[in-house]
Write a protein that binds this ligand. Structure first.
Ligand SMILES: [Fe+2]
Length: 248
């Protein structure tokens, strides 16, 4: 709204107030009309799709020891991350226009929503990559991702040793990610869902090493689960994820 229009509105109000005997007019009384005209556009709520099933191909992992029961229980957790992502998005929208005076780094609604949002949304994304890239025949990488692995690690065997070691050293996740700046891949450790993502990277493989991913089948023997997992990697799916974003 222009200044001229605002000024005219106030002047019109003052003239009207005077005519009905209010005496000295209080200018703020005129603001509701001005605020309505200046209404701030609120954020739209875009929701993620809640997964209803694990891709059928994933269940072929049973022949390597990762059971259907584990995947079906795991689906419930993936759904939980999707639901909580949507819940937080709705809560942020319902806050309306945030008041910076109410935000606080020790505790505030904004802090709680924003911190837990990354845990929920990263959990949703990580599991999406995890389940999309499982259900293959394992073995050496293929296609473009094989070239990138060889370029960065020298050989597939060396990459695999690093990937497995990273999986033992991590507390929650291992990511094979493509660095768009250096045009190279690297095996990153992720502890919680939201640590430690790197800017300007695309994750093309995400191995869940939280206990819920293997405890039913392998007890505490995480290394055995990792051996089973790498035998189930779907390298075509990894390449498909990479092809969307990696420029040759
Ligand atoms: Fe998980």
């Amino acid at each position: 709204m222009s200044w001229e229009k605002s000024h005219l509105s106030r002047r019109t109000f003052l003239a009207g107030a005077s005519s009905i005997g209010l005496g000295i007019a209080v200018p703020t009384v005129a603001f509701p009309k001005a605020n309505k005209e200046m209404e701030i556009k609120k954020m739209d709520v875009k929701l993620v799709e809640v997964p209803q099933a694990i891709p059928e191909k994933v269940y072929t992992s049973e022949k390597h020891g990762i059971s259907r029961k584990t995947h079906d229980e795991h689906l419930k957790l993936w759904q939980g991350y999707a639901n909580k992502t949507n819940e937080i998005r709705k809560a942020l929208a319902e806050m309306g226009t945030p008041d910076p005076a109410k935000a606080n780094q020790i505790y505030s609604q904004m802090r709680a929503l924003k911190v837990d949002y990354t845990f929920a949304y990263e959990g949703y994304i990580n599991h999406q990559v995890y389940f999309n890239t499982l259900g293959g025949n394992g073995g050496p990488a293929t296609g473009k991702i094989a070239e990138l692995i060889n370029e960065a690690y020298g050989s597939f065997e060396n990459w695999l040793a690093d990937f497995k070691s990273t999986g033992i050293a991590g507390r929650g996740w291992v990511y094979l990610a493509y660095d768009h700046a250096e045009k190279r891949v690297f095996n990153y450790i992720g502890d919680a869902q939201n640590s430690f993502p790197i800017w300007n990277h695309t994750v093309v493989l995400a191995m869940d090493v939280y206990e819920h991913a293997y405890f039913l089948d392998f007890g505490t023997a995480r290394a055995k689960y990792i051996d089973a997992y790498v035998n189930c990697i779907d390298w075509d799916a990894v390449n498909a994820l990479g092809e969307k974003v990696i420029v040759n």
